[in-house]
Design a binder for this molecule. Structure first.
Ligand code: GDP
Ligand code: MG
Length: 325
């Protein structure tokens, strides 16, 4: 087993200069200048009122009732005992409580080199960012020295195939596609055979996110999954669900549905840039406990990285320095 993660910079704190790279971009894009705490804390007494404000902040960001309760329970006890005397102490305690929820789902996707091709079936509703995620992931895998092939399993819309082909050209990776309306299971089956014949390391299979109704979609995706298993009983090796993080509680509902139908093994949360609902990551971690593999914070290949609990919490709480990258 080999991870293909880049070395992530160490998690910073509010006083450290903003680091470049993905963590810097994350800070810049995840929340406004100053972060969640910067907007609340200056000059405030650390008391029950402040905790109430933090609570509504968490709920508004769609952290969810359970995760919010869990984060605040210990803080309330400690504030009542005057253990958290200053901003730094509160910041540290809050950060720790938030990280404890996310750490269990910080599990990077590892490509098992014994499986060739290693098959990633990418699923999710229309517009969640599946095709974009495949493009970003293909770029990342290639950077890591792996050979990649894409399968255009979204045969419902002509534009979907073209969009995948653009990503294929951009990354110089082959795309296996058929005409609009073709059986997605057949497309993905052919792609897996082609990938095996060419000794490709990783096959990324795109799928439709909307059919005539949800029942049809789940049926079709189950068929795709089954057909892959005929070529290699262990395939697909990852069922990667892409969720639009700006959808808040809706994303959580989608995760529940897809997981019940397909057995999701990993999540990607996209569009965490420019949303106040990024707290949904906590609700998902608390309730579903499915590994969060990657997050998307924009449309470009550089706006994509492995999920890291400490970095995510730091970026949310502290924000960034204006003008720094
Ligand atoms: N801001 C932002 N836009 C994204 C992100 N990921 C995808 N998108 C955009 O969301 C739209 C839908 O993405 P697409 O990959 O076509 O979704 P699909 O229908 O699930 O394949 C496109 O315009 C993407 O550029 C992200 O992380 N941030
Ligand atoms: Mg698509």
């Amino acid at each position: 087993m080999f991870g293909f993660g880049k070395k992530t910079p160490p998690a910073g704190d509010a006083t450290a200069p903003p680091s470049r790279g993905f963590f810097g971009r994350l800070r810049e894009k995840l929340t406004r200048t100053g972060g969640w705490l910067g907007e609340l804390l200056p000059g405030r007494a650390i008391d029950g009122d402040l905790l109430d404000e933090i609570e509504s902040r968490l709920l508004t960001a769609d952290v969810g009732v359970d995760a919010t309760e869990r984060i605040l329970a210990d803080l309330r006890r400690r504030v009542a005992r005057h253990e958290l005397a200053d901003r730094a102490a509160l910041r540290a305690a809050l950060g720790t409580a938030m990280q404890e929820i996310l750490e269990p789902v910080q599990q990077p996707l590892t490509v098992d080199s014994a499986r060739r091709p290693f098959v990633v079936l990418v699923v999710g509703v229309n517009g969640s960012g599946k095709t974009t995620t495949i493009g970003k992931l293909a770029h990342r895998l290639k950077d890591d020295g792996r050979t990649v092939m894409l399968a255009a399993g979204d045969t419902f819309r002509a534009a979907a195939v073209e969009q995948l082909q653009v990503w294929g050209e951009r990354n110089a990776v082959p795309v296996i596609a058929q005409a609009t309306g073709a059986d997605p299971a057949a497309v993905v089956f052919d792609a897996m055979q082609a990938a095996a014949a060419r000794g490709i390391d990783v096959l990324l299979a795109d799928t439709a996110g909307r059919l005539h109704n949800q029942g049809h979609l789940m049926e079709e995706l189950r068929k795709v999954k089954r057909v892959l298993g005929r070529l290699d009983a262990t395939a697909p090796h990852e069922v990667l669900l892409v969720l639009d993080g700006s959808q808040g509680q809706n994303a959580l509902a989608q995760a529940t549905t897809f997981n019940a139908a397909l057995g999701v093994t990993g999540l990607v949360l996209t569009k965490l840039d420019g949303t106040a609902k990024g707290g949904i990551v906590f609700a998902i971690a608390q309730q579903l406990k499915i590994p969060v593999r990657f997050i998307g914070i924009g449309e470009g290949v550089e706006d994509f990285g492995e999920f890291n609990a400490a970095e995510f919490v730091d970026a949310l709480l502290d924000g960034h320095t204006p003008g720094a990258a």
